[in-house]
Design a binder for this molecule. Sequence first.
Ligand SMILES: [Zn+2]
Length: 281
Amino acid sequence: MPELPEVETMCRGIGGVAGQIITGVSFPRRTRRPILISPPAGRLAKRLIGSRIDAVERAGKRGVLRLAGAAADEPERLVIEPRMTGLLLRVPPPSDAHVRMVLKFAEHPPLIFWDRRGLGTIRLLTNEEFYRRCGPSVLGPDALTLAGAAFHSAIHHSRRPIKQALLDQRVTAGIGNIYAAEILFAAGLDPRSRCCRISRAECDTIATVTRKILRRAIRLEGSSIGDETYRTADSRPGRYQRCHQVYGRAGAACPRCGAIIRRIVQAQRSTFFCPGCQRRK
Ligand SMILES: [Zn+2]
């Protein structure tokens, strides 16, 4: 958390900063756990002031501000990774204590990065560094554009469980624990199924339901669940959690077949699935 739909929603929500020139930068430190900022805050602030934000983009589960101008010798990107509890906001944050970065503009409200647990990161990257950290060897095709053929060739040689492959950002970028569970339910596949047993046709199904679920989750502005803190850029909860079929529903009846939804642990993460309608391969 946040995953592709949540980061996409936040990036769209702060999209109004495109075209704005950064006139002020601050990195408040009011908590004991400082987040990773690279280069260090003082140097980064100097690089950012006077730069124009050309565009707001997304790379997997990261928000990316494409920068041009004054302070930079070459185009750079400010890459913000929310990790567990990071939020990109254009309105006052849930609490002052966990504000990690404030970018100010002459003609736009400030852009705030807030992170309660402080596991997020902020990095200013040159083109070359961006390619190294977010290029195709780190982030596979974006899950919104996932194609069955590419997915099949990326996984068919592997014996690991299909759920792990969906979480592997090199296979496809943007999927995390919530959407992996929902995708495998929609595809009718047990999350423990070995990748090498998944057919090309089943990969087509996975790709189709992935695109459909993620697009719908973006329309509903992502999932806000339990004690997680995800909010939209204007600090409203998302609505896709109402559509979850299996995630977080252990012990409840499957909406499709009525069997009891199970929770298991795979690679230290909770996995939810219906033993009635998800086949193990
Ligand atoms: Zn079922």
